[in-house]
Every structure is written in structure tokens, then in C-alpha cells.
Write a protein that binds this ligand. Structure first.
Ligand SMILES: [Zn+2]
Length: 396
């Protein structure tokens, strides 16, 4: 069979550290070559697809390492049709790699989610290559810092259950845990051995305890600032929190819900100035309400999840006591960062693609426009609107 080729020509290409005017040759779903001059290549490609960018921007597809749902579905619905519904929505908005993320639930439902994931990737589905692996958010989280997670499901680490689960489900690539629920760091130590990213979140620890956790396998912070302490007052004395510990440790990576609501833009700029683009992933933490018009939604499973309201561009608990996830896809977060911060575009691109890929250890296959990488791209106009998405070398 003749190999399928795609020639993307006349593009402003976002390479790792610069923008280059040129052309990208794609073969069998992978980037074969990047050339500045066509030299009659388009004639050679006559029988294949020639995609003329007309001078627009070509970005690497976005990598979202923390997403619960969208398009009126949640990954916790544990149905393959809901998985497809979510993936199809985000793909159209430029996300070509996604890490489906759970919420605190009982063990039975967590198993159902993992079974659904593994069954789905065994099938020959168009969307399955989008899925980079699972991110378990909970249930080993602080009840006081549960935010919109079901408090009744948050608990101390159940080590034997956790061992069973990571032995059986190789799709688990990251686990968000509150360090104080991980007695003697037994779980984080094991996860590190298995090369599963250990992420701290929904935690009430302060600076020193967070530093201790970093020594014991925690390398990443789940939605920095949300569900954790930054500086707090204890008996009129200021205490540094988990946020400050993460900001000051150069090895720790963080992720930011960059919708301008969970985190105001000045805070995003402060984190950027301290950590730099290589240590930051922009995430959606997107929930079911993303891409829907209703004012009511459910966080988590359709039947057993928490009722939330959608107001002012975000999901909130009905009593307004906590934000409950974003409804902003990455392309809109990207635009918000361009319009509301002074962060250079090249770094915004990096924080939406390469840096999250590095955090999850998949930086050799996705996140860059470079030969041998999977041909995932976003075609954006001069106002940073998504014109088209190319996924595995195919125009979506
Ligand atoms: Zn989340």
C-alpha cells in the first residue's frame, strides 16, 4: 500500500524555541521533515493532500494532563460513548492528547472507570490515540481541602487497594494525593518506583511538610493554588504554604487552570516569572459543562455526582462555597493568556504542549513540531482562532 502523505505548506511553524516560515511533510501520521523551501515539492505531492496554510500559524497539538469531561459528559460516567463525546469536543478545540481524570469516588466506581478506559483503548477507535493515560485525582485527599470533590469519598490511602489497582491497570500515569493522607509516604514511594507521576493536591499541608513530601516522591502540584494553602495566618503569624514550597523548589512542576477565574492573570504571571515555561502546564480541569449552554450541570458521574451551577464562565457548587472545575477549553485559555498577560507567545505554546508532555514523560512523541513526532497540529489564524486541527496526520 502506498504510504499516506500530507504536505502542509506556507506556514509560520512553532518550533521548540522559535517560529519558522516553512513547510511540514507528514507521512503515515508522523512528521517526516520540516523544510523552509518547497523546491517544487508540491508537484511531487500532487497525488497526496496539500494543505495550504496561507501564512497562518502552525502549532503543536495541545496536551491536557488534567481533564474530567465536557460536551455534557464526564469520564466518570464510565461509558465509552461519553469518552468519545468528550474527546471529539476537545479535539475540535486543539487538544490532541488528553489524560482523562477521575474524581473521588468509591473503589467500585474507580474500577469501572479504569475498565472503561482499558476496554476503550483496546478498540480501533478514531479517538483512542488522544488518550495519554489516566490521572487519578483522589480519593486520598484532605476532606477540609476537598473543594468540589465529594467529601464523603475522601479518605486516607488504602495501600493494598492502591497496589492492586496499579498492578492491574497500566494506564495509570499519574495520581493526585494529599501528602498527609499518604502515611509514611508508602504510596508515593511505590508510585515513583513504577514511574507514575505523584502529584500533590487537595491538601492542607504547609511549607515544611510539603518540602518533606518533595523528598518522598511528590514532583508535581495539581492545579496550583486551588485546593491548597498559600501563605496563611496562624495565631497572627504568617506561615508559608504548599504553594510557596512548590514555587521555591526548582525541580517541582506545576499546572495552572488558566481560565482567568480559578487563577487571576497576575497570579499566573507571578508563577511564570518564578517557575519559567518549562515547569508549567496549562490545564483545563474541564468538567461536563464545557461546551454546553445550560446553567446547571453535574460534576462527576451523571447519577451520583455533585450538582453544580454554571455562572460567570465557571462551574461552582450550588452554595457558591467552591469553584467546581473550568468550562474553558485550552484554545480559549491560550487566547486569554495572549490577551491578558505579557508572557511571550512561544512560551504560552510551550506551556500548552511541550511542558505538559515533559511532565508526563511523553515528550519524545508529542508536544513538538519536529521530525519523528506524531503529526498533531493546530492551524491558527492571526487572531489565534482555531481554523483546523490535524490529528495523526489527518485533517479533523
Ligand atoms: Zn480536577
Amino acid at each position: 500500500m502506498k504510504s499516506r502523505k500530507l504536505l502542509i505548506c506556507n506556514a509560520k511553524i512553532f518550533l521548540k524555541d522559535k517560529i519558522m516560515h516553512g513547510n511540514v511533510i507528514v507521512e503515515n501520521g508522523k512528521i517526516k521533515e520540516i523544510v523552509s523551501q518547497l523546491n517544487n515539492l508540491e508537484n511531487h505531492y500532487k497525488e497526496d493532500i496539500v494543505y495550504d496554510m496561507k501564512g497562518r500559524y502552525l502549532l503543536p497539538g495541545f496536551v491536557d494532563i488534567h481533564c474530567h469531561g465536557g460536551n455534557n459528559s464526564s469520564f466518570m460516567d464510565c461509558e465509552e460513548s461519553d469518552f468519545e463525546n468528550i474527546l471529539s469536543y476537545y479535539l475540535k478545540h486543539g487538544t490532541t492528547t488528553i489524560f482523562p481524570t477521575t474524581l473521588s469516588s468509591d473503589d467500585q466506581q474507580l474500577i469501572l472507570f479504569l475498565d472503561t478506559y482499558e476496554n476503550y483503548i483496546k478498540k480501533n477507535s478514531y479517538y483512542k490515540k488522544m488518550m495519554g493515560g489516566c490521572h487519578l485525582e483522589g480519593p486520598y485527599l484532605s476532606i477540609e481541602k476537598a473543594g468540589a470533590q465529594l467529601q464523603s469519598k475522601c479518605k486516607e490511602v488504602d495501600f493494598s487497594f492502591a497496589v492492586d489497582v496499579i498492578n492491574k491497570y497500566l494506564c495509570i500515569k499519574r495520581w493526585t494525593i494529599a501528602p498527609e493522607m499518604d502515611i509514611k509516604y508508602k504510596l508515593s514511594t511505590l508510585l515513583r518506583e513504577r514511574k507514575i507521576v505523584v502529584s500533590a493536591g487537595h491538601t492542607k499541608v504547609l511549607y515544611e511538610e510539603m518540602q518533606e513530601a518533595f523528598k518522598n516522591g511528590y514532583t508535581h502540584m495539581t492545579h496550583l493554588y486551588s485546593g491548597m494553602n498559600s501563605m496563611i495566618y496562624v495565631d497572627s503569624f504568617r506561615k508559608a504554604g504548599a504553594v510557596e514550597a512548590a514555587l521555591l523548589d526548582p525541580d517541582i512542576t506545576v499546572e495552572l487552570i488558566a481560565d482567568g477565574i480559578h487563577l487571576p492573570y497576575p497570579l499566573i504571571e507571578i508563577v511564570y516569572k518564578i517557575k519559567g515555561p518549562d515547569k508549567i502546564a496549562i490545564i483545563t480541569d474541564g468538567m461536563r459543562g464545557t461546551g454546553t449552554k445550560g446553567q446547571k450541570s453535574v460534576l462527576g458521574n451523571r447519577k451520583t455526582g455533585i450538582k453544580v451551577i454554571i455562572k460567570k464562565g465557571v462551574a461552582m457548587l450550588e452554595d457558591y462555597s467552591s469553584l467546581a472545575g473550568s468550562i474553558t477549553p485550552l484554545n480559549k485559555m491560550f487566547l486569554g493568556l495572549v490577551n491578558n498577560t505579557s508572557i511571550p507567545i512561544i512560551d504560552i505554546v510551550k506551556m500548552c504542549s511541550y511542558s505538559p508532555a515533559c511532565i508526563m514523560g511523553i515528550q519524545n512523541t508529542v508536544g513538538l513540531i519536529q521530525p519523528d513526532y506524531i503529526a498533531n497540529f493546530i492551524d491558527m489564524d492571526n487572531n489565534w482562532n482555531v481554523i483546523n486541527v490535524i490529528y495523526n496526520g489527518m485533517i479533523v
